[in-house]
Design a protein around this ligand. Structure first.
Ligand code: IPE
Ligand code: IPE
Ligand code: MG
Length: 239
């Protein structure tokens, strides 16, 4: 993968297409999710290598509970196994892993795996991996609103002066930077309730490649496209 230019600092990925990939291989959907996990490993390694600072990965949305219980169970087990098996490797690679999302309905053993992985990798400085589990952008916005309301009730903030930086500081992960590049695999062109606040000025890149087939070639293509974008942020072009 080319390393010539500075990569986007925060890359967010909607990892989609595991089910269709399994279908193409005439296998059950779980087979696609397992292959998807291998793709995660590839992408984490590649992003760390080129100097991405934050990589957020959408693993399970608040809407994914609508899937058959059997598939939800498989996904939860797969996430837990991955956390247990990958944490040590991440620690060795100086990568910090954090989980973002509502943990209330997650099993005790998954919460335990999350706590252990976060503790083990807490000192990582090379790259932040943010794994979104039972996450949605609307959940994060509601959670932020609740925290702001509580701060107002405690007299720490005045409701009529709340501004963008107050809002950002009360998010579930206050230091999560704006997304520079959003990638979605499998040909779907929607956000599916991923980061909403953080995507305000993100560049969007879509590929038809299904997530289990995603690798360095797609990352290279996404980064190349990103470097050709003129990010004006409402101002005028520099060129
Ligand atoms: C992405 O693949 C994984 C999750 C959403 C958890 P899908 O399971 O959505 O795959 P498709 O979209 O059915 O192909
Ligand atoms: C988005 O994919 C959620 C994750 C990748 C975790 P979905 O496959 O659930 O999204 P929709 O249902 O096609 O919008
Ligand atoms: Mg999907």
């Amino acid at each position: 993968m080319s390393t010539a230019r500075t990569p986007p600092a925060h890359v967010a990925i909607i990892m989609d297409g595991n089910g269709r990939w399994a279908q193409q291989h005439l296998r059950p959907r779980a087979f696609g999710h397992k292959a998807g996990r291998v793709a995660v490993d590839r992408v984490v390694t590649a992003c760390a290598k080129v100097g991405v600072k934050t990589l957020s990965l959408y693993a399970f949305s608040t809407e994914n509970w609508r899937r058959p219980p059997h598939e939800v169970k498989i996904l939860m087990e797969l996430i837990e196994t991955a956390l247990r098996e990958e944490a040590e490797k991440m620690r060795k690679n100086d990568i910090r892993l954090r989980v973002l999302g509502d943990r209330t309905p997650l099993s005790a053993s998954l919460c335990n795996a999350i706590d252990e992985a976060e503790a083990l990798t807490a000192d990582g400085t090379r790259m932040n991996v943010v794994l979104a589990i039972n996450y949605s952008g609307q959940w994060a916005l509601c959670e932020t609103a609740r925290r702001l309301a509580q701060a107002v009730a405690r007299g720490e903030l005045q409701a009529d002066t709340i501004n963008e930086s107050d809002f950002a500081a009360h998010r579930p992960m206050p230091d999560l930077p704006p997304v520079d590049l959003l990638i979605r695999s499998s040909g779907e062109m929607r956000l599916s309730n991923f980061h909403l606040w953080e995507l305000a000025y993100a560049e969007l890149w879509f590929t038809d490649v299904l997530w289990p087939d995603f690798g360095e070639a797609q990352l290279d293509a996404a980064f190349a496209a990103y470097h050709h974008r003129d990010r004006r942020f409402g101002a005028l072009s520099h060129t």
